[in-house]
Design a protein around this ligand. Structure first.
Ligand SMILES: [Zn+2]
Length: 291
């Protein structure tokens, strides 16, 4: 799935790469996650990040909403789960593949970390407007929504994938949405230009693991619905690959040396998971850790 890495580059260098035609070929898949919560993901191309949907007596609450051209398909998928109104839309972070549909979902209340609002205000230009995506409600450390019979905890963790990251924990349904703090089945990206930090991301995930239990279902920003064990394996992979590259740097190795030595060969299957290749991930780690 070359679209995902293209799209990540899009976030960095701001060049459009997906046509309307690409989106028209895609569909939205619905997977029960647990309790009141379902996961929506794009199939047949890269439509954006994974969406969590809570349905019940109070209506519908979403975490993320993909790119704006996916909105009609996302709304159709939601309609097949509930005919009640969409009342809340949580933004996991500021990247456009997760919050592109914010404005199409009003009058729902758009909820985000205050840094997300600041970043969108700063990014707004006449040619690439972002003001229509602004959240209505922002918070700093944490906030709770009591919805569909459960406490939905929104927790900000500093400087991980970006500095706008929000974890959404459906405590009764035993489901958590981690946004792009978790790429399942592929290598992740850390955006320093969006306030991200690799070491802090690992520390944040170590903290998240302590809030969960072996039965918790984990919705990643990208990839299939995952388990608690999958999340723990991902954190171990981040730590191990970071340690390998740090060790190489300490020994004075160049990126070219580590690439030709294939130091991350043990993790190669993640390199064909749809995001960064193994060499691209190695180059990212080298750049982040070289300082
Ligand atoms: Zn992202």
């Amino acid at each position: 799935m070359k679209h995902l890495i293209n799209s990540m580059l899009f976030l960095v260098i701001a060049l459009p790469v997906l046509s309307q035609d690409d989106f028209s070929k895609m569909s939205v898949r619905t997977t029960p996650a647990g309790g009141a919560v379902y996961m929506l993901d794009g199939q047949g191309g890269f439509g954006g990040g994974n969406v969590a949907v809570s349905v019940g007596v109070d209506g519908v609450l979403l975490v993320d909403n993909m790119y704006v051209p996916m909105m009609a398909k996302v709304k159709d998928a939601i309609k097949s789960l509930s005919d009640k109104p969409i009342r809340y839309v949580i933004n996991s972070h500021f990247h456009s593949d997760h919050i592109g549909g914010n404005n199409e979902l009003r009058p729902a209340t758009i909820v985000a970390h205050e840094n997300l609002r600041k970043r969108l205000v700063a990014a707004n230009t006449a040619s690439r407007p972002t003001n229509h995506l602004l959240p209505d409600f922002t918070f700093t450390d944490k906030s709770n929504i009591y919805f569909n019979g459960e406490e939905v905890r929104l927790i900000h963790l500093p400087s991980g994938h970006t500095d706008t990251d929000v974890v959404t924990h459906f405590t009764g349904s035993n489901v958590v949405h981690l946004g792009d703090m978790f790429f399942f089945g592929m290598f992740p990206a850390v955006y320093t230009q969006g306030g991200g930090n690799l070491k802090q991301l690992i520390a944040n995930l170590d903290q998240v693991v302590t809030w969960l239990n072996p039965d918790t279902k984990v919705i990643p920003g990208h990839g299939d619905l995952a388990t608690f064990e999958d999340l723990k394996a991902y954190v171990s992979m981040l730590k191990a690959t970071t340690a390998i590259v740090e060790d190489g740097i300490k020994k004075g190795k160049t990126l070219e040396q580590m690439t030709s030595e294939k130091v991350l060969a043990a993790y190669d299957t993640l390199g064909s998971g749809g995001a960064q290749t193994t060499d691209q991930y190695l180059a990212m780690l080298y750049k982040l850790l070289k300082g």
